[in-house]
Ligand binder design. Sequence first.
Ligand code: ADP
Ligand code: MG
Length: 443
Amino acid sequence: MMTFADFDLPYELTRALDKLGLTEPTPVQAQAIPPALAGRDLLVSAATGSGKTAAFLLPMLARFLDSPDTPPEAGTRGLVIVPTRELARQIYDEFMKLGSYTRLRADVITGGAPTRHQTATLRKNPEILIATPGRLLEHLDRGEAELGDLEVLVLDEADRMLDMGFAPDVLRILTFCAQERQSMLLSATLHHRGLKPLTDELLRNPEVVTVDAARAIPNVIHQQVILADSPEHKQALTTWLLQNEQYDKAMVFTNTREGATRLGNALRAQGVRAGVVHGDIEQRERNRVLGLLRAGQINVLVATDVAARGLDVPGMQLVINFDVARSGDDHLHRTGRTGRAGERGLAVSLVGHTDWNNMASIERYLRLDVERRVIPGLKAKFEGPKKVKGAAKKAPRKPEKPAAPKPKQRHRDLKNKGKRRVPSQARNASPGDLPPPRKPREP
Ligand code: ADP
Ligand code: MG
C-alpha cells in the first residue's frame, strides 16, 4: 500500500499531512503526484471528491520548497485558475492547510472583491495566486500582476471555464505566462469539445491521468428520481425530503437565479435553515452564506450551478435537483457535491414533464443506476410521456463500452417494461449537446 511517505515530499508538507491525519494518497494522487514532482505536465480526469486539489497543490508546493532561492522581486511562481470565486476560496483554504508549515504565501484574486485591495496584495508578491480569469486579466492588463516568472500553472475545472465563456480570457492569460513552466489541467469531466485547442496550447507532452471512466459518478452516491407535476409540487417534495431524509447538510439546485431565490424563501418560511447562492447575489453575501453552511449554522444551500463545481463541504450527504441539470456533466458535478472522499451520499432529481428528456439523456450518458421513488401522499399524476410514436420499440443502446457488461436489473426497467422510456429527441442528442448555449456569466 502506498503512503505519502513514498513520495519523498519536503518535510514541511509531510508534517502538514500528518497533522491533517492524511496518510494514504487517493488513487488520483498516487498517479498524478510522481510525474508532477518530476516536472511533467498533467492532464487529469478523476471523479468528483477524489482529491484532485492536493494532487496539484502538493507537487506545486514541493517544487517551490525545493528551490526557494528565486529573487525576492520575482513575480508569481504558481497560478491556479478556477471558474468560480467560491472554488478559489476553497482552494486557498486547502493551501492554508497543506502549506501551514511553509513560509509560502498565496492570495485570492477574484471578482466581487475590491480591486484596490487586490492591487495592494499583488504588490506584496505572493508566490501563489488563485484566481478567476476576468479579474486576473484586469490586473494583468494594468501591469499589476506579473506572470513572466511563472513556474506552475493549474487550470482546475477547465471545462466549466469553457462553458462559462472564459476560453478567450484563459488563452489571453496564457500569453502573459512564462513559456518555460509546468502546466496541469484537471476536472472530473474532460470531454468538452472546446478543450482540445486549450490543452494543445497549454500542455507539452502531458502525463495523462485518468482515474475511473471519465463519466464515472462515484458509486457511493445513490441516485433517485421522483416525478413531479408542477413547481409547487416540487417545492412540497423538497420540503418533505429536507424534513424526512437523514443528512447533515444538503444542497438543492435550481436552473435559474430567480428559482433559487424563490425556493430559498419558501423553504425558510417552512422553517428550513436554508441559504441561497447564485450569480446575482453579492459576493460578500455569497461568502457569508457558505461560511454559515460550513459552520453548520444553516444546513441547506439552495444554489444554481455556480455552486456545482468543486465545492467540498464536509457532511454534504444529500443533493436535490429541484430542476434537472441541463447536461450530464452538470448533473455529475452537482451530485458530486456529496459522496466525497468515500463518504456516502444521496442524489434525488425531481422530474416534471419539461425535465423528462434531460433526465433520460443524463441517465443514458452517465449510465446511471436510478431508483424511482414515490413519496407517500405526494405521488405525481405525471407518469412520464404518454404514447410516443413507436412506443413498443425499446430505444437501442449504443454499444459504447463493449467490455465490462454490468448485469444489473434496474427498477425502472422492470416497472416500465414495454413502455418507451426515452423520447427520440433525447435519444439522438449526445448529452454534451443538451444544454442551450450558455451565457458567459455565472449562473
Ligand atoms: P476533487 O477536487 O477531486 O473533487 P477535493 O480535492 O475537493 O476533490 O477533495 C475531496 C475531499 O477529500 C476533501 O475534503 C479532501 O480534504 C479529502 N482528501 C483529499 N486527499 C485525501 C486523502 N489522501 N485521504 C483522505 N481524504 C482526502
Ligand atoms: Mg476539485
